[in-house]
Design a protein around this ligand. Structure first.
Ligand code: ATP
Length: 442
């Protein structure tokens, strides 16, 4: 697991270009010259990002009875961020290069300016990463609001609401997916580090004596989630933080790292946060944040195990890991070997010809498959070109409707990875595809 993978220096450019060219991810405000570090998810990207989030939600919430969901506000008052410690400590060390004047995050540059190679910098100053704004027309402290820099605090501030409305008892979790905002000093590497991004976080509340056991459980479970969705194990590793590197509240942190083209880097952090968050909010708000076990009469403040992942960052890792170039019949093709659950389209329906005779039956195929799968429909260009276009965006199955279909009521199903083609009767088509994929959650 720890052996260094072979990094493909060109992979970042290849995936970035493909993402732009095929409508996964666009530079935001491009017609105005672009807005640095913000991105818009295009027709294919929005499908894939939703699939990443759906896969997470399915494994965290849908398939379990101990975790419930939440969708909390993005805007929050200063009180939350004072209690959580973000106002005081959510800072990065900012330095200016004395030679070229570029600004950098000191802990990310190894003492050398990545722009000009100089080693002379100003003294580091603490730069708070939160975006501050005004809520309402009233000026002054009462109206100051912040865009959340993580989704986690919504789970802590709603701990008592969720407890009383769901009747859960520890160990239980609250899961949330949503946008977070950080005024990163050096956003970089495409969507790896951006100022606006999406997180998938879960706070798992446990009896303190069980915390270490659950911490180990979640480290393993989260590593397995990426493997299950197609990232080979040798492109992933676990990196446990040394005690001296832990945040002040953490009793243990392990990152799930991916072999990005620039080296191992974080996909997700799993931390044992102790009772830090609930204690901070209880002290600051005056609301008792405890669990009371009626059966034993015991009252205690649960510890929290937090797996915190980035949806946009995970999507980038899935794209990189799936990107392949291979040779089919002497021709090089680009293929995204995405797991079918993540692919923007699971199926493309391709009538062999634009002739109107094929329209009716192609529509029939689409009507049959669309309630179950995301389907693309493409009638342009030669069939070979259309297969390549679908391979390049990871569509697992192409279904070709031809003139024989009008007589034999069968279509050709082509597999993205093997390029093997089989003839399948229309009345077996849905079952055929479902056998090769699996249950699809709503
Ligand atoms: P770093 O030290 O790299 O700034 P972090 O350790 O502060 O990141 P966390 O606060 O643990 O990150 O956030 C949890 C997850 O959210 C990260 O593992 C990552 O996947 C995602 N994430 C955090 N910041 C960003 C960002 N600026 N852009 C995209 N994803 C991010």
């Amino acid at each position: 697991m720890d052996s260094a993978p072979v990094y493909d220096a060109e992979l970042l450019d290849k995936v970035t270009n493909l993402a732009k060219r095929r409508g996964f991810i666009f530079q935001s405000a491009e017609i105005y010259g672009g807005f640095r570090s913000t991105y818009d998810y295009g027709p294919l990207g929005v499908n894939m990002l939703r699939n990443v989030k759906q896969a997470w939600w399915r494994s965290m919430v849908q398939l379990r009875s101990d975790i419930v969901g939440l969708d909390a506000a993005i805007l929050g008052p200063s009180a939350i961020w004072a209690a959580s410690g973000h106002l005081e400590t959510f800072t990065d060390p900012l330095v200016d290069c004395k030679k070229c004047k570029e600004r950098w995050r000191e802990d990310k540059i190894d003492g050398v300016c990545p722009n000009c190679g100089s080693t002379e910098f100003t003294e580091p100053r603490a730069f708070n990463l939160m975006f501050k704004t005004q809520a309402g027309p009233v000026e002054g402290e009462g109206a100051t609001a912040y865009l959340r820099p993580e989704t986690a605090q919504g789970m802590f501030t709603n701990f008592a609401n969720v407890l009383s409305t769901t009747r859960k008892k520890p160990p239980f979790g609250i899961a949330q997916i949503g946008k977070s905002f950080r005024n990163e000093i050096t956003p970089q590497n495409f969507v790896f580090r951006t100022r606006e991004f999406e997180q998938m976080e879960m706070e798992y509340f446990v009896p303190p004596a069980e915390a270490q056991e659950w911490y180990r459980y979640w480290v393993e479970a989260r590593f397995r989630w990426y493997v299950d969705l197609g990232i080979p194990e040798d492109q992933l590793r676990l990196h446990e933080h040394a005690p001296e590197d832990l945040s002040h509240y953490s009793k243990g942190t392990t990152d799930v790292e991916f072999a990005f083209p620039w080296g191992w880097d974080e996909l997700e952090g799993v931390a044992n946060r102790g009772d830090y968050d609930l204690a901070q909010h209880a002290n600051a708000s005056g609301v008792a944040l405890y669990y009371f076990d009626q059966a034993s009469g015991e009252r205690y403040r649960p510890y929290v195990i937090e797996p915190a992942a980035g949806a946009t960052r995970a999507m980038m890792a899935f794209l990189m890991s799936a990107y392949h170039e291979d040779t089919i019949e002497g021709e090089t093709r680009t293929v995204l070997r995405l797991d079918w659950r993540l692919a923007p389209y699971q199926i493309a329906v391709l009538p062999l010809s634009k002739k109107p005779e094929l329209e009716g039956v192609s529509g029939e195929v689409l009507d049959m498959l669309r309630p179950h799968f995301m389907c693309d429909y493409d009638v342009t260009q030669s069939i070979g070109r259309r297969y390549r276009r679908q391979d390049e965006v990871g569509t697992p199955y192409c279904i070709t409707v031809d003139f024989d279909t009008l007589n034999d009521r069968a279509v050709t199903v082509r597999d993205r990875d093997t390029t093997a083609q089989v003839r399948v009767p229309l009345d077996e088509l849905l079952a055929h595809v479902q056998q090769r994929t699996g249950p699809r959650s709503a």
